[in-house]
Ligand binder design. Structure first.
Ligand SMILES: C[S@@+](CC[C@H](N)C(=O)[O-])C[C@H]1O[C@@H](n2cnc3c(N)ncnc32)[C@H](O)[C@@H]1O
Length: 346
């Protein structure tokens, strides 16, 4: 991103400054289920797609929409304008067809429905330090989100979309041979537990989360036919002990809370682990130089929008908090894209 040539160049400034337009084109295509439709019926003309989507813009503007998606790498095209036929690009076919288990559009749906609007208030968030979402007026964000089943579903699918690649990578990369139990604290729909159980047939996993999430996790576990080795347990990790296990994972949990609460949660994990037990945080761990992991830093700003006091952090921060609660050694394992597993051993 940094311009390393000796000549000034406005390209990066304009690209990022207008980035919301390209972003909204993709989010709208996901909302229209365009990629799902093209997966079922590839090689379609703009006119046929426009009819299916029941759109009333001019053909010219719909060509602009589809060709922007093509230029951005989300569609492929043969021919031009009226004669063009559109299909999904390889990435869109795998990750944006909502009928496939590899669909990650949940996070994009959540960004469109919630974060896109809330981020309009970044200025206010920076000026006042206050959250800008459903819980703007000082209540717990989870309580507020969980009151509305539609927002709850969007939120849970969003969480799954952003983490599924990391969960799959962690389940494959980590050597579970000396472990037999795992608790995923704040486990949402249960995907981390499911990925670990699927990849490691000797593992028994518990997905632990607030009561409104229980039925969602139970139905996901049933879908995977893993009820014999994955269970959902309801509870509050601040007010109850975290269910004991050889490994306790927290995926995108620590970043929701302030430093004192982060240390308290690590302490609770420590207390529920046996000697030699392992605590893992799966998050967008920021690089020590705070320059490379832009997604991690933007997520940290997202915590300003979404939470009271939450922020993302570096591996050094993680080790420092871990040492305070008594963990003996630490490792970091890169996962998909900007995320890593920060690992602490008791
Ligand atoms: C940001 S989401 C992360 C979900 C999932 N671990 C992931 O990696 O995608 C935070 C999760 O923490 C859960 N949570 C929040 N407060 C909690 C509490 N006091 N006890 C248990 N779970 C809680 C929420 O319900 C939500 O599922």
């Amino acid at each position: 991103m940094e311009n390393t040539s000796s000549q000034p160049n406005p390209e990066n400034i304009l690209k990022i400054g207008s980035g919301f337009m390209a972003c909204k084109v993709l989010l709208t295509a996901v909302k229209f289920k365009l990629f799902t439709k093209l997966s079922a019926h590839p090689d379609q003309t703009a006119i046929s797609l426009k009819k299916q989507l029941d759109l009333n813009c001019s053909d010219r503007h719909f060509f602009d929409f589809l060709d922007t998606l093509t230029g951005l790498g989300f569609l492929t095209r043969t021919g031009m304008l009226e004669n063009a036929k559109y299909s999904n690009s390889m990435d869109s076919e795998v990750f944006l067809d909502s009928k496939k288990p590899s669909y990650i559009g949940g996070i994009l749906e959540m960004m469109n429905a919630r974060l896109y609007g809330f981020w309009d208030n970044l200025e206010e968030a920076l000026k006042t330090g206050t959250q800008q979402n459903e819980a703007k007026h000082g209540v717990n964000v989870f309580e507020e989100i969980y009151k509305d089943p539609e927002i709850l579903e969007t939120f849970v699918n969003g969480m799954t979309g952003v983490q599924i690649g990391n969960f799959m990578a962690f389940a494959k990369q980590f050597d579970f041979s000396n472990l037999s139990t795992l608790t995923d604290a704040g486990g949402s729909a249960g995907y981390l537990s499911l990925m670990v159980a699927q990849e490691n047939p000797h593992m028994h996993c518990t997905s632990f989360d607030l009561p409104p999430i229980g039925p969602i996790a139970e139905s996901t576990i049933k879908k995977f036919h893993l009820q014999d080795r994955v269970q959902s347990k309801s509870g509050d990790f601040f007010n109850e002990p975290i269910p004991s296990a050889d490994m306790i994972v927290m995926g995108n949990i620590l970043h929701d809370w302030n430093e004192e609460e982060k240390i308290l949660l690590m302490q609770k994990a420590y207390d529920s682990l046996p000697e030699g037990g392992i605590f893992v945080a799966i998050e967008n761990i920021i690089d020590e130089d705070r320059k490379q992991n832009i997604f991690g830093m933007v997520m940290s700003l997202n915590m300003l929008i979404e939470t009271v006091g939450g922020f993302d952090y570096t591996f050094k921060d993680f080790c420092c908090w871990g040492e305070k609660v008594g963990f003996k050694s630490f490792e970091i394992m890169p996962l998909a894209g900007p995320a890593s597993a920060a690992i602490a051993i008791k």
